[in-house]
Design a protein around this ligand. Structure first.
Ligand SMILES: [Zn+2]
Length: 485
């Protein structure tokens, strides 16, 4: 399936790094909301990606030069670095290759592992403990066409939008003093990453415009093509979409919301914009101000999901625009993920329930805020029915399980529905005042970090005199005596 031999020919066409100077860290503040511009006090401590790239829609290709700076994560001198090439995963159905790596100026060699999902980069001179690393390489990513019906679909050219989910080489996870080399489970979100900053330059034909994580700080238009210079602020990943779709736009609490939609769905796009604005306003109130200047939604031809969250970008299945109740629910869920997954991160493979449960419970909170008890009870009843069905089928189990232990059915019924009901039980135990105070302090305390499910539990515990430990034990950890599989 991989056409690596053909890709080698591309090396000579890759452009050298562009001549623009290293961007000042201060530029990243431009992608942050005005209330969060003092957040990036630790820019020097987070990985920093810089990409100079060409996007070729007609060839379904994204290629260019990547530099990543990060600190040696090992307690011993480091002699190799692993990069993840998500496009090479079976579910992504694309191709990715890297060329000409250097590590702190040394020439390095590449070998591929795990069906080309991982690229191992070896170099002669070990990097000292605690030392800074500068890795550079050229990369080429080829995306599938119309893969949304058969594959994951967030990495796909659907004819109007080209979605490049996790399409650049990412540093692999480093855990327990070694590189994590497992192929991620594709039932849900795949990408675990620490907060990083991204400076990305993209040149592409005038036929397509760029939708991306962060904000454009410079733009240049020429006869045949245009160039965007983007900065991310503090974000967990970099999502890039090249689209021909028109946009409707509004500003909520200082954040610009963009809805890229099919022109025939203009009325539904305004409805989507209203739902997105209501969600953002509601969650700014409940969770603290959304930290970024922009939030983009793109309608895509996908069949394997209704919506997927990326930092500052949400993909929505195009059919949702013909189903208002579902459109509202999915937008609410994906907007909540901007806080829970992105700002407050969690291991989306080992503890996927942590962000999915609260994004799902956020649907209840939104309904309650916008429509009152009628909306809240309707949403809770739907989740309860999903959980009751799970119990009836004797498939109940603990919420805190790795994704690999779930089936698609139990993942949805347990990590989402049962997880949300656990949060409602936590709220009832603590009382509203303590619960809502805990939501605000949870986001404030753990923003830009990675947590597990105990962090919110303990935050609620600090706000109340009740016992939340037994609620956690019963809902999250207890092994039901019925079969789980
Ligand atoms: Zn979700």
């Amino acid at each position: 399936m991989l056409r690596l031999a053909a890709c080698v020919l591309m090396i000579v066409l890759l452009q050298p790094p562009s001549t623009h100077a290293n961007l000042l860290n201060g530029d990243h503040a431009l992608a942050m909301h005005t209330l969060h511009r003092s957040d990036p006090t630790s820019f020097s401590d987070v990985p920093h990606y810089r990409l100079d790239t060409l996007f070729e829609p007609s060839a379904q290709r994204w290629r260019g030069w990547l530099q990543v700076r990060f600190r040696n994560p090992s307690t011993t001198p480091l002699t190799s670095i692993y990069m993840r090439l998500f496009a090479n995963l079976k579910d992504f159905n694309g191709e990715a290759s890297i060329y000409r790596p250097t590590v702190n100026g040394q020439r390095a060699t590449i070998s591929y592992e795990r069906n080309n999902y991982l690229a191992r980069i070896d170099y002669a001179e070990p990097i000292a403990v605690g030392a800074d690393i500068e890795l550079t390489l050229d990369f080429l990513t080829v995306m599938p066409i119309d893969a949304g019906t058969r594959f994951y679909g967030a990495f796909n050219d659907d004819g109007t939008s080209i979605s490049m989910a996790s399409a650049y080489p990412l540093i692999a996870e480093f855990r327990d003093n070694e590189w994590l080399r497992e192929i991620p489970d594709g039932k849900g979100d795949l990408v675990n990453t620490p907060i990083a900053t991204y400076d990305v330059e993209v040149t592409l034909p005038l036929s397509h415009r760029i939708v991306a994580t962060g904000s454009a700080i410079a733009y240049q238009r020429r006869a045949q093509e245009h160039t965007y210079q983007l900065v991310s602020g503090l974000q967990r990943d970099f999502m890039l979409v090249a689209t021909t779709l028109p946009v409707v736009t509004t500003v909520v609490d200082g954040t610009r919301i963009n809805i890229y939609h099919d022109a025939s769905q203009r009325t539904a796009a305004y409805t989507a914009m209203r739902y997105a604005a209501q969600s953002l306003r509601t969650f700014n109130h409940l969770f603290g101000q959304y930290p970024y200047n922009e939030l983009d939604f793109v309608s895509v031809d996908a069949r394997s999901f209704y919506g997927v969250e990326y930092p500052g970008v949400v993909l929505l299945q195009d059919r949702l625009f013909m189903n208002q109740p579902l459109l509202e629910r999915i937008i609410t869920h994906e907007v909540a993920h901007q806080w829970f997954y992105n700002v407050v991160g969690n291991d989306v493979q080992q503890h996927a329930w942590v962000d999915e449960s609260i994004a799902t419970y956020s649907q209840v909170l939104y309904q309650e805020q916008v429509y009152g008890d009628v909306g809240k009870n309707r949403e809770l009843a739907a989740l309860q029915a999903q959980y009751d069905e799970l119990v009836k089928r004797k498939r109940d189990g603990p919420i805190d399980q790795p994704m690999s232990e779930f089936t698609l059915y139990t993942f949805n019924a347990i990590a989402y529905a049962k997880g949300a009901l656990y949060l409602d039980a936590l709220r009832q135990t603590a009382g509203d005042e303590a619960f809502f105070a805990a939501l605000l302090s949870y986001v404030d305390r753990y923003q830009y970090q990675i947590v597990d499910g105990t962090a919110l539990r303990d935050e609620v515990q600090q706000q109340c005199t009740c016992d939340v430990q037994s609620v956690y034990q019963t809902w999250v950890l207890a092994q039901d005596d019925t079969e789980t599989e």
